[in-house]
Write a protein that binds this ligand. Structure first.
Ligand code: ADP
Ligand code: MG
Ligand code: MG
Length: 875
């Protein structure tokens, strides 16, 4: 087999064999771009290398040598020739791009002799010795494992000693001195000699690149992105060009579009008189690419042409590495550029409008899980900000709130309805309740991957971290920045997208759907087959949902209407009632409220279905906790609390004790409540039909769907359906002719799924409550599984995913499929869908499409995401 390909022998489709970098270098060579010539050792060889226990396969080096011969002829230089040496880079290049994870060595082929030849030919000794010290440094680091830091210290020392400002101030003599020091460093740290034999350099470098496939960074990266570890890396050997030849030279990076906004402008950075990683290393601040226009105007134009050529070639935004050697441009790498969600949407739409890709391609380019980024609140007016500090932009979105310094206070204030920003030196897992309660998090320590950052991103909360200008005094509950002191309770704002910390409250705006996103969503709607509904319990959410393109409400949780502070006492009285009559009195007070809630929903969803689920949770969820009541009783007994009526308290305690269940999730809830306390469901149903009546009168087109939760036997549904029909008749009277309503059920208990054919006889629709269905199918209590044993299960690959996040297709999915098939066998036009967290999850949406469900229902902010995922699943 062919183990080595010259760049002119390959092309972009050979990624798997040549790695991304090699395949693209080949492609660029073939379309005539100025790419320094070279060749690629295939990824096959890497796999062979590991099979031979980390040795270069038999005969490989001979093949490398003859490939090198060809290169020597093209370049008219010879590898290791003291007069006219050929220099090469040895570059890693995996199949999937893993930026910066593996190793590359530049300037290979220099030794104590050839460096003189290079100096003479370039008429620049400083340049030659600079290349040599870079080689020794990279080689020492990559091949011999000497920390780069040790080398950097030496460079720093020499600069300090001579009061040099820039690396470029270091003279040829200094460099020669450094080279000696570097060689000694290698000797000292690894007990090896920097090899003078250029062929030894080359073979060690190739081995080191293969080895770098298994370095720690690369492993972590592969795990995070699911890149298979048997893929291996290719090795690219490429003749050098030099950006460090003086002021007419330099090196840079260029994105063909802005990777953060997607704007169709060149975006990039450049450093004169520099080589390789200098741009990213951050030692010198690079200049923006636009400045090339003045200094290198022709090259700028050439880059501009190449950028658009490469975009056309790859039909995607490119991330390009280039070098200028004495005013001549070379392209060293191109790849599809990484980008933010915003940019990815804009770029996909723009490319499609330019005719480079189809609408379907554009939709498939979108990483749905990344789209969430787009739905954060942001700063309304950039101009009026009183910025006092800047930290790392760790989790995007902006927030305002009162400063608090500990999680407990954060929680207390938030419970009282206050907005708070949690300010900590750093956060630990114990702070989690405070993070939950806060609008945003600000820390003075820790980077983008610190606990605070990770947790905040997970919750979609704004976070600025590592803001080390802050001097936090936890005892005094203040922080200082410069001469500003901020006390607990003062208002501040943070912008997790820019890292800004701002004094005072600022105006925030709700996320909007950009023009491009809305175009893309329209395309999605043309293609998708699944309907997308929203989970919404009030008019505001319903309105938002409709703006985002919901085609109805798939789940209105009526219990949320019971939780508001003004209604809760009545709900509690209703639960406490001793007699049916007494209960009815309280229910009658709740009725008009429920009715107006439903009217709001019908109003917002005019012409679209609204699915209303009758009361689901166990009643004790509406009552205070027993421990709290007992504490209160203690205070009464001690005479500390003289306000509370002890008799009422005792009866409350009694009731709470009565309602206590060992396993509330499997207890008296869902339809079981409706059977035991028909008066509660009765009130809810009455409120629904009254709302229907009054909406009809206003000319609103209502499509009500009443949904009964937690059915496990057909007789439950039969009974409650009769109740619905009876109330409907009473309330609607003659109007019933004009009102089509449907009655359906949640399928969330395995037995319901298994007896779906019976249940379908009494159901117009099935809505799969996948949270409960997962819980009960696995026999996991969700609250006890997540963050506890489930983490271990996924870490140890007992389960591949958390089934509460990604729908379990094998088990839970089988129940769903069974229900759909058996339900439809009885009632062919039975409607089916999924509500619950899975409705907004990409993999789960794909699965719903695959098994032919009619709709998914998810929270309003996930609707755009669901529309796109639904379209992708139908392509
Ligand atoms: P990474 O995959 O980490 O980006 P690369 O192999 O792309 O590593 O090398 C890093 C940088 O080294 C390149 O961006 C380029 O600036 C420089 N480089 C690599 N090969 C050459 C070469 N043949 N001539 C000049 N510079 C090179
Ligand atoms: Mg690179
Ligand atoms: Mg449920």
């Amino acid at each position: 087999v062919k183990r080595i390909f010259h760049f002119h022998e390959g092309n972009a489709n050979m990624k798997y064999l040549l790695g991304g970098k090699g395949a693209n270098l080949a492609e660029m060579t073939n379309i005539g771009l100025p790419t320094p010539p070279g060749f690629t050792i295939t990824t096959d060889v890497c796999r062979e290398y590991y099979k031979c226990n980390g040795r270069l396969p038999e005969g490989l080096f001979d093949e490398v040598s003859s490939a090198l011969k060809e290169l020597e002829q093209v370049k008219q230089q010879t590898f290791g020739d003291p007069e006219n040496p050929l220099l090469v880079s040895v570059r890693s290049g995996s199949v999937a791009s893993m930026p910066g994870m593996m190793d590359t060595i530049l300037n290979l082929g220099l030794n104590d002799q050839t460096v003189k030849g290079l100096a003479k030919n370039a008429q620049d000794a400083r340049f030659a010795y600079d290349c040599y010290r870079r080689l020794i440094q990279m080689f020492g680091n990559v091949v011999f494992g000497v920390e780069s830091h040790s080398f950097e210290i030496k460079i720093h020392e020499i600069k300090m000693k001579n009061k040099y400002q820039h690396d470029s101030d270091i003279s040829a003599e200094d460099l020669q001195f450094l080279i000696d020091e570097f060689k000694q460093l290698i000797k000292y740290h690894s007990n090896r000699e920097f090899p003078q034999d250029v062929n030894v350099q080359l073979s060690l470098a190739i081995e080191a690149v293969f080895e770098s496939w298994n370095n720690q960074r690369a492993k972590v990266y592969r795990k995070a992105y699911g890149i298979p570890s048997e893929q291996g890396t290719a090795v690219n050997i490429q003749s050098m060009v030099f950006g460090n030849l003086g002021e007419e030279s330099g090196t840079g990076v260029l994105f063909t579009r802005d990777p953060s906004t997607g704007e169709a402008n060149l975006f990039g950075e450049f450093l004169t008189n520099a080589q390789g990683e200098d741009v990213v290393a951050g030692v010198r601040t690079p200049i923006a690419i636009e400045f090339l226009k003045d200094q290198f105007s022709e090259i700028y134009n050439q880059l501009y042409e190449i950028a658009s050529l490469l975009e056309k070639q790859y039909k995607d935004m490119q991330d390009i590495e280039f070098t200028i050697e004495n005013n001549k441009l070379y392209i060293l790498q191109t790849r599809n550029g990484k980008r933010t969600a915003q940019a990815s949407v804009k770029i996909a739409v723009d490319l499609s409008k330019d005719g480079l890709i189809t609408k379907k391609d554009a939709l498939q380019r979108i990483e749905v899980n990344q789209l969430e980024q787009l739905f954060h609140r942001s700063i309304d007016d950039q101009n009026k900000l009183d910025v006092i500090a800047k930290g790392l932009p760790a989790s995007s979105g902006a927030a305002s709130g009162k400063v608090v310094f500990d999680p407990d206070t954060a929680q207390q204030l938030a419970n009282d309805g206050e907005k708070v920003i949690l300010v900590r030196i750093e956060t630990t897992p114990e702070d989690i309740h405070g993070v939950f309660a806060a609008e945003g998090v600000l820390t003075s320590r820790g980077g983008m991957t610190s606990h605070a950052a990770v947790v905040a991103r997970g919750m979609g909360k704004p976070c600025v971290c590592g803001c080390n200008e802050l001097e936090i005094d936890l005892k005094a509950k203040t922080f200082m920045v410069g001469d500003i002191t901020v006390n607990e309770g003062d208002w501040i704002s943070i912008d997790g997208s820019s890292g800004q910390v701002i004094q005072g409250e600022i105006k925030l705006k709700d996320p909007e759907i950009s023009e491009e996103l809305s175009t893309l969503l329209n395309w999605a709607d043309e293609i998708r087959e699944l309907k997308v509904y929203a989970n919404a319990d009030n008019g505001i959410d319903a309105k938002k949902a409709r703006e985002f393109g919901a085609e109805g409400i798939g789940l209105c949780r009526t219990e949320h209407m019971f939780m508001s502070p003004s209604r809760l006492p009545i709900v509690q009285n209703m639960i406490m009632a001793q007699t049916f009559e007494e209960r009815r009195v309280h229910l009658d007070r709740l009725l008009p409220w429920q009715q107006s809630d439903f009217e709001d929903l019908f109003h917002e969803m005019n012409g679209l279905p609204v699915t209303i689920r009758l009361l689901d949770p166990p009643l004790h969820e509406f009552l205070p906790k027993l421990e709290e009541l007992l504490l209160q009783k203690q205070r009464v007994d001690l005479g500390v609390d003289t306000e509370t009526n002890i008799k009422e308290l005792d009866s409350l305690i009694n009731k709470v004790r009565n309602l206590h269940e060992m396993n509330p999730m499997l207890g008296q809830r869902g339809c079981r409540l409706g059977i035991l306390f028909p008066e509660i469901y009765d009130m809810q149903i009455e409120a629904i039909f009254r709302a229907i009546l009054s909406s009809l009168k206003k000319g609103i087109e209502v499509m009500p769907q009443l949904m009964i939760p937690l059915i496990s036997d057909v007789n439950e549904l039969k009974r409650l359906r009769e109740l619905v029909n009876q109330v409907a008749k009473e309330i609607l009277g003659e109007e019933i002719k004009y009102c089509h309503y449907e009655v359906g059920t949640m399928i969330e208990v395995p037995r319901a799924a298994l007896t779906a054919d019976e249940i379908a006889q009494y159901a117009d629709f099935f809505s799969f409550g996948t949270n409960d269905l997962t819980q009960m199918t696995f026999g996991y209590s969700r609250d006890d599984a997540e963050g506890k044993f489930l983490d271990r299960y996924t870490e140890e690959h007992i389960l591949e995913n958390n089934p509460f996040e990604v729908l379990d297709q094998k088990g839970v999915g089988k129940l769903i499929q069974w229900s759909v098939e058996n339900g439809k066998s009885v009632k062919p036009n039975l409607k089916t869908g999924v509500c619950g967290e899975h409705g907004g999850n990409k993999e789960s949406i794909f699965y719903c499409q695959q098994i032919g469900l009619d709709y998914v229902s998810c929270s309003p902010y996930r609707i755009p995401l669901a529309r796109i995922a639904a379209a992708q699943s139908a392509i």
